[in-house]
Design a protein. Structure first.
Length: 424
């Protein structure tokens, strides 16, 4: 159990590949922190620097108050689970889990005596664990992970999920202060991933230690983390609870990365008159009142070009009588069970995704929402997000890092819009 502190950590591979920079983070004792971000953003590099498997180019890493930059991995009191769980194929599951314990030495106090045999003090020596101690620890880990009955088998006789549990067990028996996991579920199919995700939540309650977990899957991040660290190009974009990241993304990158389906975005202009803020969206004037309007006013945000974001689950069906409702035509519909995902197009050729919960509707009503149907959409202004058009920074977040989505813009420019029929 320990706090982990990273101060101005930087990693440069070779002469000029900057993999991580300006990394500042304090992970509290027993906290479950998830590093998330797209491929190549520096998640594994950061984790490996904490583990001691990668040199730290600049800055310091502290574990339990001690700077560990120059300590070997085995002296850092960390335990790591890798993506490719690398079990020893010829060892039984018991021996695979026991392996780190056979290398472990524990301190023992040995009495120091003078020449007359009187005890004058104690000396600390180390000894190996006994077979009984090893068997107890392996048994305990196997019990927690539900793999007791497989201890006599070899890895090839286990399923992917069971092998994954063995790898976690092998890391667990070390009783390390910090548990590091690098994409531990990425080799599993969707169903097993979901199952292992809930098992990890349970496991976390039982082994009360500090967890740092790397994934590129935002669902894993949202479901497991106390706090999420979202990274892009080696730089932290935002640190916060899943709810904070979802409700108040620091920039457009975070807004679009967190949440599925992705946040809808519109290029528009945030305007202000004597009644307050408003935007013109797909030919419809939409007032930004409520908490968002108040927050914009409190910061005295100037009218400006913005990218406005609204999440698919925050858009609702309305009707033509609603003056602020946006008329759309349904393109593709995907029935997901508890919700219906509608890909729609507005009169101004904007494409949106809407998640409509199915529960309030009858089957006959849902059956009417088919391709080509005209619908009216609305949303509450409290669910809107405003990012500066140029910097892509959330207008309501202080000191948010600038992370432009140039690649995305370029792609959009390369792909001219398919023409859809206009709705009058
Ligand atoms: N040994 C290395 N030598 C040179 N560059 C490296 C090395 N390892 C990683 N990199 C580079 O550092 C950057 C960060 O890599 P890292 O493996 O930390 O990314 P990641 O976020 O874990 O990605 P993924 O989700 O694909 O695992 C990448 O641009 C990568 O190409
Ligand atoms: Mg990685």
């Amino acid at each position: 159990m320990a706090e982990v502190v990273l101060e101005n950590v930087k990693k440069v591979y070779g002469k000029n590949v900057v993999a991580v920079q300006n990394f500042n983070l304090t992970i509290k004792d027993k906290e479950f922190v998830v590093f998330v971000g797209p491929s190549g953003c520096g998640k594994s590099t950061t984790l490996r620097m904490i583990a001691g498997l990668e040199d730290i180019s600049e800055g310091t890493v502290k574990i339990g108050g001690k700077v560990v930059n120059d300590l070997k991995p085995k002296d850092r009191d960390v335990s790591m689970v890798f993506q490719n769980y690398a079990l020893y194929p010829n060892y039984t599951i018991f021996k695979n889990i026991a392996f780190p314990l056979t290398l472990m030495r524990v301190p023992v106090e040995v009495p120091v005596t003078d020449k007359d045999g009187n005890v004058t003090g104690v000396k600390i020596k180390t000894r190996k664990l006994t077979s009984e101690e090893i068997a107890n620890k392996v048994g305990e880990a196997a019990e927690i992970l539900g793999i007791t009955e497989y201890l006599g088998r070899r890895p090839r006789e286990l399923s992917g999920g069971q092998k994954q549990r063995v790898a976690i067990g092998r890391a667990m028996v070390k009783d390390a202060a910090v548990f590091l996991l690098d994409e531990p579920l990425s080799n599993l199919d969707a169903k097993l991933r979901a199952q292992m995700r809930s098992e990890l939540i349970e496991l976390r309650k039982r082994i009360n230690t500090t967890f740092i977990y790397v994934t590129h899957d935002q669902v894993e991040a949202m479901t497991l983390a106390d706090r999420i660290v979202i990274m892009k190009d080696g730089v932290i974009q935002q640190v916060g609870t899943p709810t904070e990241l979802f409700d108040m993304p620091a920039n457009l990158f975070v807004g679009e990365f967190i949440g599925s389906p992705k946040m809808n975005t519109f290029k528009t202009r945030l305007e202000r008159d004597e009644e307050g803020y408003f935007v013109e969206l797909c030919g419809v004037k939409k007032r930004i009142g409520g908490v968002r309007g108040e927050a914009l006013a409190a910061k005295n945000i100037e009218p400006q070009d913005v990218v406005m974001g609204v999440r698919p689950e925050h858009i609702t069906l309305s009707n033509h009588e609603d003056k602020e409702a946006i008329p759309c035509v349904i393109g593709v519909r995907e029935l997901m069970g508890s919700s219906l995902h509608l890909h729609v197009k507005t009169a101004t050729e904007e494409e949106l995704i809407v998640c409509v919960p199915t529960a309030p509707f009858t089957l006959a009503q849902i059956a009417k929402l088919v391709t080509g149907t005209r619908i009216y959409l609305t949303f509450d202004s409290k669910s809107t997000h405003f990012f500066n058009e140029e910097t892509k920074v959330n207008l309501l977040v202080e000191d948010a890092p600038v992370a432009s989505s140039e690649e995305k813009q370029q792609k959009q420019e390369e792909q001219p819009h398919k023409k859809w029929r206009r709705i009058s």
